[in-house]
Design a protein around this ligand. Sequence first.
Ligand code: URA
Length: 477
Amino acid sequence: MRVVRLASEIDFDGWRRAARRLRAEGAAPETVIWTVERDLFEAAPAEAPAPIAGAFTVPPAFVELARSVVLHRSGERFALLYRLLWRLEREPRLIDNPADPDVARARDMAKAVGRAIHKMHAFVRFRLVQSDPETYAAWFEPAHRVTEAAAPFFARRFTSMNWTIMTPDACVAWDGQTLQVSEGADPADAPSEDAQEELWRTYYASIFNPARLNEKMMRQEMPKRYWRNLPEARLIPQLIETAQERAAAMVAASPSPPPDRVLKAAMRQARDGSYNGDVPTSLDQVAAAVQVCRRCDLWRDATQGVPGQGAAHAPLMFVGEQPGDQEDLAGLPFVGPAGQVFDEALAAAGVPRGKTYVTNAVKHFKHEPRGKRRIHKTPDRGEVTACRWWLDAERRLVRPRVIVALGATAAHAVTGKATLIGANRGRALQLPDQAQAVVTYHPSFLLRLPDADARERARAEFVKDLRLAGELAKLID
Ligand code: URA
């Protein structure tokens, strides 16, 4: 019997060197024992001698298969691979025969390793463990010994972050330039909860759609062994329990969630940290990031964030105050009663809404419950200021020639100072960013005017202001 001791559980190179030598010496597979364990006082294995000249070459497909199989946790992997290597000399096409039990076993093992890498890419969750310099850490228990194999993906994805992934097999650390591998860690060293996780869980709970719950699929995609690492998974039992009730409530309220594209981007950004507070570079990114915005507390009671809607480079932008009840459910600005007044006035002014960009100063619906109704509450200065981040991003991305502020809240957000509507409407105001502003009434103001004559007068002024804006923006002559 020959005993071959390898340097580590995933020592592919060591296995390859030893296997070549054994093969050249004619050592039959059943006469070789492969191990990684060492006697207590034994030194690490000496560097294996160079392979013997004239050793036969193996197909690259076998080398590729062997590299994966070595990462499997099965104790038989090194022996199985040597048996395959031994047989390959007489059966050069062996690897192409999926019916062969050794080949089938090796392929199954490689597949399991591939799945483990995939799961690790999908389910690792970093936690902020140090703020200066910002450093993240994650604890993960992969099904196979794939930590090193999975690490380059994280280095590519989170290139500018400092992070460490700890597993029982190995720890990999990235400092922005190099990947360092060290010994496996104890679960006790895993980083603990932080505020970001609470945010993530809250977000997950708010977008979780009980009507689409497919528990089996969910468990398949997110196997229980990984739940412990996923902040959102902690919600699953409770979400499943309340799914029916929540589905009924949802049908009653009939909100339209943000489009799948937006939700997927939001999930992706929240998950991979690709939106981490940097200035958004596209309207899609704004729309997605608004869904996870926690700049103020209004998200707590809102169904969803309502981003702007319209032409990407519209010459004319409208800014309202905040979404109303119907906008909150639909996820779109100005689709309720105020939207109707707005649409009618636009039509009367001859301004095509489709060629404009419509948004709000505040992206979440602020309200208080009154019986079954949700009553609009004006956002306060802090909320408007917090949300200006998104409005400014939209302004930078759309670059409108003219911005119409609908009402006092919008006028403040657009001009940066308190701007009385009565004293400033009906003319163009110059903004520092080259755009012009027109401030005018909020459509709801027209709805609230009790006197029919006053309402008609205000409506005519409103239409006139929209026409002026359309002309300044060169959307109408
Ligand atoms: N009021 C607003 O200010 N914005 C909307 O989107 C709807 C109502």
